[in-house]
Design a protein around this ligand. Structure first.
Ligand code: TXA
Ligand code: MG
Length: 313
């Protein structure tokens, strides 16, 4: 596996690998993505295997300009409104697909999910390749998304062809909205708030069962104004029982605290990295202090980390 810089030499090398049917991981504005040529079915098959992803779960297709969207999808008025407002950016739109998109990409569905990343690296890869690439998160299925190239290497480094070094700034995956129905339906909460979608389009929330992430030890989430006090109490008691505790909090409040910051932006950008850092300490449990500002995409990811272990204080 090659580690490439995000400069023109690195991007050119990555494009060559993609042309040859290879798999390349790269930063996007949300989280690290794992890409291959969307029209190369062997490469797409291999990507499903690397991610240990069930074939029924479709892949998002990444584009670098509006024309590409029209080439692979049927764009209606609702879609156009959202594209004008949010492309490029952390919104994925589900369209009726055109026939050129292989069935394996969409898990056999007649719909295709498309997004235009707001990040120079994937935009250049797509532009220079001259066609779309798939842009799933670069984790093994069930794990939190990677935010750094080192985490990608830890998880799948031996199974992919290259990783491009760079930064993800948002930290929460794209919001997904299906515009093939009226009203449009939000299929996944994410970086774009539902209220912001509603400024452009009437949308309803699809109900779904939240999948819990696989984390190496139990995760406890404390929300509300007394979270710090409750965490200190809980963490001290656990420590007294001989358990190793890792704490993820807005500020340094306990031994082994990983600080994620107080603003929503900092908190979101740091949370997935913090969980992996906490895991690397090999604790018996991880305790997380919730954020101050309510953001449904971020809260969804925290609930996926904690499962049932959520405490409102
Ligand atoms: O921010 C993101 O979207 C990141 C970056 C790397 O692009 N990607 C990402 O991909 O989160 P992934 O594979 O981890 O999640 C894609 C989600 C899955 O839940 C999948 O079911 C849904 O998108 N999806 C993909 N194609 C779809 C389709 N045709 N219809 C409905 N849902 C679809
Ligand atoms: Mg994912």
């Amino acid at each position: 596996m090659e580690i490439l810089n995000a400069d023109s030499t690195g991007v050119e090398r990555a494009v060559r690998i993609l042309k040859n049917g290879g798999l390349v991981a790269f930063p996007t504005e949300t989280v690290y993505g794992l890409g291959c040529d969307v029209f190369n079915e062997d490469a797409v098959k291999r990507l499903f295997e690397v991610k240990k992803r069930p074939r029924s779960k479709p892949l998002i297709v990444g584009v670098s300009d509006m024309d590409e969207v029209h080439e692979i999808a049927e764009v209606n008025r609702d879609a156009e409104r959202l594209m004008n407002a949010f492309f490029p950016g952390p919104l994925t739109i589900v369209f009726k697909k055109r026939r050129n998109i292989p069935d394996i990409v969409t898990g056999g569905s007649d719909k295709v999910a498309v997004r235009m990343p707001d990040h120079e690296v994937p935009l250049k890869l797509i532009e220079k390749l001259g066609k779309p690439i798939v842009v799933p998160s670069a984790n093994i299925t069930g794990r939190p998304s990677p935010m750094s190239y080192t985490h990608v290497i830890e998880d799948i480094g031996d199974k992919i062809d290259a990783v491009i070094v760079g930064e993800c700034s948002v930290g929460i995956e794209s919001t997904i909205v299906d515009v093939t129905t009226k009203p449009a339906r939000v299929l996944r909460l994410g970086a774009v708030r539902v209220d912001d979608l509603r400024k452009h389009l009437d949308v309803v929330l699809e109900t779904w069962k939240r999948e819990v992430y696989f984390v190496s030890c139990p995760v406890y989430l404390f929300l509300g104004s007394n979270a710090v006090d409750r965490i200190l109490e809980f963490a001290s008691k656990s420590r007294d029982k001989g358990l190793k505790v890792a704490v993820i909090a807005k500020k340094d409040i306990f031994e082994n605290t990983i600080v994620v910051g107080t603003t929503l932006k900092e908190y979101s950008a740091n949370i997935f990295n913090a969980v992996r850092k906490a895991e690397s300490m090999k604790p018996d449990l991880i305790v997380i202090e919730g954020p101050d500002v309510e953001h449904e995409g971020l809260m969804d990811r925290l609930y996926r980390l904690a499962g049932e272990r959520v405490f409102k204080t």
